[in-house]
Design a protein around this ligand. Structure first.
Ligand SMILES: Cc1cc2nc3c(=O)[nH]c(=O)nc-3n(C[C@H](O)[C@H](O)[C@H](O)COP(=O)(O)O)c2cc1C
Length: 140
């Protein structure tokens, strides 16, 4: 069964660009062979990650990611069966903190600051759809 899991977490302190690159690099290395695709956003000190793949594989990966001390306060915001992947081409799409992307993040939230914890699952789906169309992945 193909599923999409979207969760948020807070970065533990200020992560350096090297630490963020390290996260993306290991994600790209590990997710490809697992058949997992997705995207990772970092904005306003909050990670928002979309993971797509077989439900057992995504669940196991999510629980492994939770053990990472670089983030805390994880919350699953959406978990659903899907027919098609949004991120068919990306093993782990992007990390973005740029102003251009911030505008997309804010478009789907009610808050003035990017706060995915307060966003509805449907809005999160639209956010990631928009990201696929308008954002280019940053390669680590
Ligand atoms: C917000 C966040 C998202 C992450 N996403 C992934 C991921 O999608 N895939 C992955 O393998 N590791 C991910 N990691 C990193 C893992 O926690 C772990 O460091 C990594 O898988 C270790 O890989 P390695 O043993 O190959 O070095 C993430 C870490 C953080 C903090």
């Amino acid at each position: 069964m193909l599923i999409r899991l979207i969760y948020a977490s807070r970065s533990a302190g200020m992560l350096s660009p090297v630490e963020v690159k390290d996260i993306v690099r290991s994600s790209q290395r590990n997710n490809g062979p697992l058949g997992v695709t997705g995207a990772l956003i970092l904005s306003n000190g909050i990670f928002l990650q979309c993971l797509e793949g077989d439900h057992r594989v995504v669940n196991a990966l999510y629980h492994r990611i939770l053990l990472d001390p670089r983030h805390r306060e994880p919350a699953i915001l959406s978990y659903k069966e899907i027919d098609q992947r949004l991120y068919g081409a990306w093993a782990m799409g992007l990390v973005s903190t740029t102003e251009a992307h911030r505008a997309i993040f804010l478009k789907y939230g009610a808050q003035a600051e990017f706060d995915p914890y307060e966003m509805r699952p449907a809005a999160l789906e639209l956010l990631f759809t928009d990201m696929v169309e308008h954002a280019r992945p940053i390669t680590a």
